[in-house]
Design a protein around this ligand. Sequence first.
Ligand code: GAR
Length: 213
Amino acid sequence: MLKTVVCVSGGGTNLQAILDAIEQGRITNTRITAVISNNPGAKALERAKTHGIPGIVMSPKEYPDRESFHRAFTEKMCELAPDLIVLAGFLVKIPQEMVARFSGRIVNIHPSLIPSFCGVGYYGLKVHEKALERGVKLTGATVHFVNEGMDEGPIIAQRAVEVREDDTPQTLQRRVMEQAEWILLPAAIDDIANGRLQIADGKVRRKRNGDSL
Ligand code: GAR
């Protein structure tokens, strides 16, 4: 069983997609042991509660400085000792010490086709505002492993989504979620839980029939 901790900041629709996929057997071999949020009001925490999953609030605001938040957050994660950490709309940068401790075991979903519209300042609705401003005709989502950079880790999977002329940031966000995020993230977790993915030389390798990992 892949012990998984999901980190969330807001609505938690990606968390919901994971929970639904586990219930429906599209993700196997996986148990969500905790949901961590920086935001005590996150709807995602209610979703966790409904499923009997412990919700933990860890907000940088509760600490005198970033350094002590980073230390406490990393310690909490070490205590929970997950096999996999999933950033499902988590808008806090992961401390370097946590990246080092859980190297190759943290995945993130980002609502664009990386390397477009990503990095510092690109999160949530802002990503879609920028895509519309630039006038791209295709956007999408990316699931990737997390490294020391911002949205720079090895890419696991991407899915393209059409941009329509009458899109608003909200309609585009919804379509990217429905057609890409809620499909890609559960599929990646299932692949990891069932040994179909690994990182080698900084690249993601997918196991084909007959390959050994
Ligand atoms: C999702 O679109 C996710 O891809 C994005 O925040 C949203 C959270 O929605 N994440 C980022 O922008 C990370 N850089 P949700 O809480 O409903 O899953």
